[in-house]
Design a protein around this ligand. Structure first.
Ligand code: ATP
Ligand code: MG
Length: 398
């Protein structure tokens, strides 16, 4: 779209689930606007983010280019809490200004050049406008029809001109891109993601950011018995996901020696669950230190032997914080499709030496007994060990 003297360029944002909020809606909206402002700091243009009735408008400076408007729209499309992002013109609040903008928008659209079927859809958030929505539809639709000889199709148009009458201005636009949906990051609090280098945990992190959690990332590396590759992968994954929340931190625990102690405990079949419990206990210690109030994992019921119902129970038993498992009901193919969409799949698929491969037994226990696990932990002095592990943590801030 080219910018014109007919109006000012702007980007119009439609809110998702926030609109269902009652008394708290203000709070969610304020959080969302602040997240949008933060996200736009990476875009090279000064903008003005304004709350309107039920929508948010981003005003661009007069003379902003189409590329700049595009960059703003694409950036906010990653901010959870929005369902639609429209590049629009903001025009004066009178029927003739609206008509001029609509004619120009329709005229320069690819659809119009092919003689597409079109419709005009108007709504009034301010009922004081001199025309009703229906009158505006017919006024603008008739003019487009006269000017470009396009056929009207109200049921199944190929081109739709949207007109939204607001308190101080009218927004006119044709298309839009879908947003992430969900709730503004931070509105649900803070949590800590257990982040392997695998496919599932980055997707789990994204799903919970989308439900309003700001997350930190915790990775257990097999160091000193493995290379640092898994750390690079975790870091690359965190970088990939940072666009949804900003200010991401990756914490890395050197876990190799603790794993060795678990292996030396001689309980081969329980090693994986014992290790997972130790990770969770350490994660809980870290969560307290950074004031996170939940843990997040990429577990999916039945995906591997550590994720049977009995073994999930044994893991929940290890900590007091809630363990959120957003992927619990997902199939691997669904998780992979989402990872591809997010851009994390190609990173997750890079080879690495996961710390878990150090102790994969021939036959893993699918029904671990909590008493047996507690016995291993007493011998390891797990309570003390997880404090030491938390002390040895390294921080990587983006
Ligand atoms: P993923 O693809 O996320 O690695 P997975 O299918 O490999 O999952 P598991 O290895 O059983 O499954 O891990 C289950 C969950 O435990 C992971 O989703 C992650 O939350 C956590 N986890 C496993 N290994 C690590 C690790 N090295 N560091 C941090 N968290 C881990
Ligand atoms: Mg894994």
């Amino acid at each position: 779209m080219t910018m014109s003297a007919l109006g000012e360029p702007c980007v119009l944002l439609k809110l998702g689930e926030i609109v269902l909020k009652g008394k708290n809606r203000e709070l969610f909206e304020r959080r969302l606007i602040s997240n949008i402002r933060d996200a736009l700091q990476t875009v090279d243009i000064k903008v003005d983010v304004r709350k309107r009735h039920g929508v948010i408008a981003i005003f661009l400076p007069q003379g902003a280019t189409a590329e700049q408007a595009d960059a703003v729209a694409r950036r906010v499309a990653d901010v959870p809490g929005l369902i639609w992002i429209h590049q629009a013109w903001r025009v004066a609040k009178d029927p003739d200004s609206v008509l001029k903008a609509a004619l120009e928008l329709a005229g320069e659209s690819e659809e119009a050049k092919r003689g597409a079927r079109f419709a005009v859809r108007s709504r009034r958030r301010d009922k004081r406008f001199p025309m009703t929505s229906n009158e505006l539809d017919r006024f603008v639709g008739g003019a487009i029809n006269d000017e470009y000889h396009l056929p009207v199709d109200l049921k199944n148009p190929e081109l739709t001109i949207f007109i939204e009458v607001d308190r101080d201005e009218v927004f006119v636009f044709t298309g839009g891109i879908p947003g992430q949906g969900g709730l503004p990051v931070g509105s649900s609090g803070r949590a800590l993601v257990l982040m392997s280098g695998g496919i599932d945990s980055p997707v789990a992190a994204y799903r919970m950011m989308r439900r309003g959690l700001h997350v930190d990332f915790l990775h257990f590396s097999g160091i000193p018995f493995t290379t640092s590759e898994s750390i690079y992968k975790a870091y690359a994954l965190v970088r990939k996901l940072d666009r949804f929340q900003g200010r991401s931190r990756l914490w890395v625990v050197p876990f190799g020696k603790a794993q060795q102690s678990i292996r030396n405990s001689g309980q081969d079949r329980l090693a994986v669950i014992a290790q997972r419990r130790l990770m969770l206990k350490t994660a809980e210690e870290v969560a307290h230190r950074i004031r996170a109030s939940a843990l997040i994992t990429g577990d999916a019921l039945g995906q591997v032997s550590s994720q049977t119902l009995a073994n999930i129970t044994a893991q929940d038993n290890a900590v007091e914080l809630p363990i959120l498992r957003p992927l619990v009901g997902w199939d691997k193919t669904e998780i992979m499709a989402e990872a591809r969409r997010l851009g994390t799949l190609e990173i997750s698929e890079l080879p690495d030496e996961d710390c878990c491969s150090l102790l994969a037994p021939k036959r893993a226990e699918t029904r671990a007994k909590i008493e047996d696990l507690k016995q291993i932990e007493r011998r390891l002095d797990a309570e003390e060990l997880c404090v030491q592990l938390a002390d040895s943590i390294q921080e990587y801030t983006l």
